[in-house]
Design a binder for this molecule. Structure first.
Ligand SMILES: Cc1ncc(COP(=O)(O)O)c(C=O)c1O
Length: 408
């Protein structure tokens, strides 16, 4: 017992990814950025559920305002900072910023690198909320925005303008599972003096690390794979120290900071991230293979399948193919609806990345911000079903889908 506690002490105080002690994703999920708690020795991060921090001496106040002491939790909080260090380690950045939602992370990051007269170049396939931000909110404020064909780097190169400050991408895309060559997109952006911002929610840091490929800011809906248990709304952005600082400064003003309690839940969720995501990768591959042979399915979108038009790119830039897939039910909108409501293991619900399998019909659930015409352009038909594959047993999932497809 004594030896065990001494060893843990050593792991928590000495080991870090920097000195090569924590190389594997599972070890890192458990131990990365989990410092020894000097006050109590607690193995688990304490929750500092406080809005503010008090002073014994009035002379200490200027030190706190200058950021050298805890002050007010909208600025910084020890539990939240602990999560931010873990996020930064997993996305190979200098620092992280935790947010009250994925959309708070995305909007604050985007606004951090805009200026008057700026132009944003994005891809057409985007999460509905991000599409609304880029397509409606920014143009309403006088920011120029163009959205180009997601898989066409030539169109991206032609779309860059002198005043483009941000190139914004997702890969894989929600829900169409298209990929963007991250390294090439980063190169194009940088040649033009712009930054590459990427939403890495669908892949998770276990399957893809965009900063290693040249991205400048990596964002997540931490609601999804980072937390992994469908019980929190949270967001994250990771960048080099300078850019992360800029994002955090604006976060303080816009106010999308994450509260300490959900931050602690994400910290807890991240401990099982590698184990969960590996099981989800393997279940998704099995389900994608099953669906691709089924006569009531016309097409399956999964980057792990050899039939995916960008499978070679997925192999190059992803470490795993992920737990997300989508497919077309070979029938009518009603057929697709009958399928989704007939599942017994999987549930019909928006969101993704949790331990339970969820299905969604993007046309009336996650992508309602797009017009029918815009959805059709990206391939979001009414028969498209998005699947967030959970960690259940593969056989149970396959038989659940087989049973529900028989109803179509
Ligand atoms: C890819 C992607 N990015 C961002 C978001 C927004 O995240 P949140 O709901 O945590 O604000 C979502 C939500 O579904 C998403 O799927």
């Amino acid at each position: 017992m004594l030896i065990k506690s001494l060893r843990l002490r050593y792991v928590f105080t000495k080991a870090s990814a920097d000195d090569g002690h924590l190389a594997g994703d599972s070890t890192r999920s458990v131990h990365e950025a989990e410092p020894y708690d000097e006050q109590t020795g607690s193995i688990i991060a304490p929750i500092y559920e406080t809005s503010t921090f008090g002073f014994r001496k009035a002379e200490e106040v200027p030190k706190a305002v200058a950021g050298k002491r805890w002050f007010y939790s909208r600025w910084e909080n020890p539990t939240v900072v602990r999560l931010e260090k873990k996020l930064a380690a997993f996305e190979h950045g200098g620092d992280g910023a935790a947010f009250s939602s994925g959309m708070a992370a995305i909007s604050t990051s985007v606004f951090s690198f805009l200026r008057k007269g700026a132009h944003v170049l994005g891809i057409r396939d985007l999460y509905g909320g991000t599409f609304a931000l880029l397509h409606e909110v920014l143009p309403g404020l006088g920011i120029g925005v163009d959205l180009v064909e997601t898989t066409d780097l030539g169109a991206m190169a032609r779309g860059l303008r002198k005043n483009t400050t941000i190139v914004y991408i997702e890969s894989p895309t929600n829900p169409t599972m298209k990929l963007v060559d991250i390294a090439k997109a980063a190169k194009l952006a940088h040649q033009n003096g712009a930054m590459l911002l990427i939403d890495n929610t669908f892949a998770s840091p276990i399957n893809q690390n965009p900063m290693e490929l040249g991205a400048d800011v990596v964002m997540h809906s931490a609601t999804k794979y980072l937390n992994g248990h469908a019980d929190v709304i949270a967001g994250a952005a990771v960048a080099n120290k300078k850019n992360a600082h800029r994002i955090k400064m604006l976060r303080s003003e816009l106010g999308g900071t994450l509260d300490p309690l959900p931050a602690w839940l994400v910290l807890r969720g991240m401990k099982t991230m590698a184990v969960r995501v590996r099981q989800q990768n393997s279940n998704a591959m099995a389900l994608a293979e099953f669906l691709s042979k089924h006569r009531k399915v016309s097409v399956v979108h999964y980057p792990g399948l050899k039939s995916h038009p960008q499978h070679a790119l997925a192999k190059k830039q992803m470490k795993g193919y992920g737990g997300m897939l989508s497919f077309e039910v070979n029938g009518s909108t009603k057929d697709a609806m009958r399928f989704t409501e007939s599942l017994k293991v999987a549930s019909l619900a928006p969101s993704l990345g949790g331990v339970e399998t969820l299905v969604a019909q993007p046309f009336n659930m996650t992508h309602t911000q797009m017009s029918a015409k815009e959805r059709a352009k990206t391939g979001i038909l009414e028969t498209l079903v998005r699947v967030s594959v959970g960690i259940e047993d593969e056989e149970d999932l396959v038989s659940d889908f087989r049973r529900a497809l028989a109803v179509v």
